[in-house]
Design a protein around this ligand. Structure first.
Ligand code: PLP
Ligand code: COI
Length: 344
């Protein structure tokens, strides 16, 4: 620990929400355009200075990731499939013309920042340490072009549930006339601008009491895409269905893991295909998935003037099974048959 003396962290673990708690340190590395990343280091968590002409501020040249570190029943600290995040951040860097991060550098940075902030990781079952890697164009630029300098940062924060009352299920609303991301845009990477685009639609539905928006495809407004911060799943009998990755949907790491577990361990048939919005009327269960949202059951989806309630408004049994299996890998109460949890 080279930043500050480790002091006793006073956090009420029972009151964690998905919000920022300042921690001890964050990681920072810089790169000039056309050169290699300089070696990064931990610095105290806090504000940073930026040029008002920074590419990220003016033109949204920025990518982020979301990961979690968990305390496990074996007393370990584990991060779920971090190499997948390393690969995805680089797909985002490529799309936004930013220098890619060598995978070893990404992994080393994650380990450094998690270890240094170890005492901010909630006890098992109370939450996780959310890890937020970012790559931003921080050099000044006036014309629309890649910035001359880039910053790779990672900050962390202990977090609880993303949605209030998530475990008992959430209510969503299908949004028409507002889209998160078009095909061939930046929906398939975690570009910062995608999330700015989702704020107005989310504000509309939240004012009506819904937790989030269900987006339809931007071309025809016919097919389910995803939620503003998570992927979408439908269960019909023993079939698990999720929208195929057409370019506008984020290829979720949780999504991919759930599909694999469902097929290999639960005898589900998995379908990745276009899902017409009307199919929600025939679904037995629905849920959304993501690092922040884990597996969150969906109680109802409102489409136009109809509210479709799943499992009689209760959390679906198959959804619970998938939730339990996924979290058993993350907290080592179950077998990690695929080696997905990286112990650090
Ligand atoms: N969809 C969107 C728009 C997201 O922001 C996220 C979160 O990262 C996801 C889906 C789920 O992805 P993952 O499971 O990799 O966290
Ligand atoms: C995540 O699940 O990690 C996300 O990035 C979603 C959200 C907080 C934007």
């Amino acid at each position: 620990m080279d930043v500050a003396m480790k002091d006793k962290v006073a956090i009420n673990w029972d009151k964690l929400t998905f919000s920022i708690t300042p921690t001890r340190s964050m990681y920072q590395a810089k790169c000039e355009i056309g050169k290699q990343w300089q070696s990064g280091k931990l610095i105290p968590y806090g504000d940073i200075t930026l040029s008002p002409a920074a590419g990220v501020l003016n033109y949204g040249q920025g990518i982020f990731e979301g990961m979690k570190a968990f305390r496990t029943v074996k007393g370990n600290i584990g991060v779920f499939r971090p190499l997948e995040n390393a690969k995805r951040i680089n797909q985002g860097c490529y799309r936004l013309c930013m220098p890619e991060i060598p995978e070893e550098m990404f992994m080393d940075a994650i380990i450094k920042v998690v270890r240094d902030n170890e005492d901010y990781i909630p006890p098992m079952g109370k939450g996780a340490l959310y890890i937020r890697p970012i790559v931003w164009g921080t050099g000044p630029v006036l014309g629309v072009a890649p910035a001359p300098e880039y910053t790779f940062m990672i900050y962390v924060s202990p977090v609880g549930s993303y949605f209030k009352g998530a475990l008992s299920g959430i209510n969503l609303k299908v949004m028409e006339n507002y889209h998160r991301a078009p095909q061939f845009g930046t929906g398939c990477v975690k570009a910062v601008g995608n999330y700015a685009a989702s704020m107005r639609p989310a504000k509309f539905v939240k004012s009506e009491g819904f937790s989030e928006v269900v987006y339809l495809d931007a071309r025809e407004e016919k097919y389910l895409e995803e939620v503003g911060s998570a992927n979408l799943f439908m269960i019909k009998g023993d079939t698990l269905i999720t929208p195929e990755l057409t370019g506008s949907i984020l290829p979720g790491i949780t999504r991919k893991s759930i599909v694999q577990l469902a097929v290999e361990e639960f005898d589900f048939t998995a379908e990745e295909r276009k899902i017409a919005v009307e199919e929600i009327f025939e679904a037995d269960e629905m849920f959304c998935s993501g690092t922040a949202t884990v597996i969150t059951p969906i109680n109802s989806i409102t489409y136009r003037d109809e509210k479709v309630v799943f499992s009689g408004g209760n959390v679906g049994e198959k959804t619970i099974k998938l939730y339990e299996r996924l979290t058993s890998i993350q907290n080592e109460t179950g077998e990690d048959s695929h080696g997905w949890l990286k112990i650090i």
